[in-house]
Design a protein around this ligand. Structure first.
Ligand SMILES: [Zn+2]
Length: 308
């Protein structure tokens, strides 16, 4: 597969790039703790090692370089295979294994350097992208859509239906809080009936995807019920949508995923789809559990986000 893919080495993000999203104090905290050999960055599970500051800057820089390749036509589309992940990192606060918000900095980079006016960020990691939401909550130039598991005690506890943006950004945050076990059919129905009409009305010029593979039914941290085939269907629908909406300019950015076999096959499947190939790797099959009914959630989503 690598013969067909252009591998782009990442350059570390500059302070200027990071400052478009993050406060100076957050950047300094990560640099300082990392420089001192590492340690916990919050009261939870987010830590730095001696290498983390450099690695986190490379992760952000890699996403910005991928945006450059797509916006200048050197690449048709892309996938940024970066660690650490980013979607929980807020403007002033690290969170949930995330130091800098890779996708948020990439979106701002596209706007500032390439003059992109409207960016769609679609997040279907099983956890809510609270950091990305925080950064763009009052912004009408970035439509943030998150599909995530929303259940008592499930991390990070944000992403309710009524969190829909503020001031100028009202209506530019779309949260789809899912009950456990929605599965392939439910995800695809919500995409077709709510998310895609909303996206087409927004007319994005660039689409960035937070893809986490922890919504798979075998993931040890969650129980969202997606299969690898379901992931591949969502990926293909997104690529088709983006071909219609903005010349196929789409960049997938890796977030979570805690079952190694799923993560490996899932990444392969995104690359197959981006290359226009038909094959799908799925040795684990569909969820053996009954899929949750989402009819009422769909009605509420339509009432709130698709008036008329
Ligand atoms: Zn996650």
């Amino acid at each position: 597969m690598m013969d067909k893919v252009m591998a782009v080495p990442p350059a570390p993000a500059t302070l200027e790039q990071l400052r478009r999203v993050h406060s100076a104090s957050l950047i300094e905290q990560i640099r300082y703790v990392s420089g001192a050999g590492g340690g916990l960055l919050d009261y939870g599970d987010t830590y730095a090692t001696a290498a983390s500051y450099e690695l986190a800057r490379l992760a952000v820089g890699g996403c910005c370089t991928a945006v450059d390749c797509i916006m200048t036509g050197q690449a048709d589309n892309g996938m940024a295979l970066v660690r650490p992940p980013g979607h929980h990192a807020e403007a002033h606060r690290v969170s949930g294994f995330c130091l800098f918000n890779n996708i948020a900095v990439a979106a701002r980079h596209a706007q500032v350097v390439h003059g992109v006016k409207r960016v769609l960020i679609f997040d279907f990691d099983v956890h809510h992208g609270n950091g990305t939401q925080d950064i763009f909550y009052d912004d009408d130039t970035v439509l943030f859509v998150s599909m995530h598991l929303f259940a008592p005690y499930f991390y990070p506890g944000a992403g309710a239906l009524n969190e829909a943006g503020s001031s100028r950004g009202r209506g530019f945050t779309l949260n789809v809080p899912l009950p456990p076990g929605v599965g392939d059919w439910g995800y695809n129905r919500i995409l077709d009936e709510v998310v895609f009409p909303k996206v087409m009305a927004f007319q994005p010029e660039l689409v960035l995807i937070s893809v986490g593979f922890d919504a798979h039914w075998q993931d040890p941290l969650a129980n969202a019920g997606l299969s690898l085939t379901g992931y591949a269907q969502i990926t293909r629908s997104l690529i088709r949508l983006v071909e219609e909406a903005c010349n196929g300019r789409i960049l997938f950015i890796l977030e979570g995923g805690y079952h190694h076999q799923v993560l490996i096959a899932g990444v392969h499947n995104v690359l197959y789809a981006l290359l226009g190939r038909d094959e799908i790797q799925d040795t684990l099959g569909p969820t053996p559990y009954a899929e949750a009914d989402i009819t009422r959630l769909l009605d509420k989503l339509k009432r709130q986000h698709l008036p008329n």
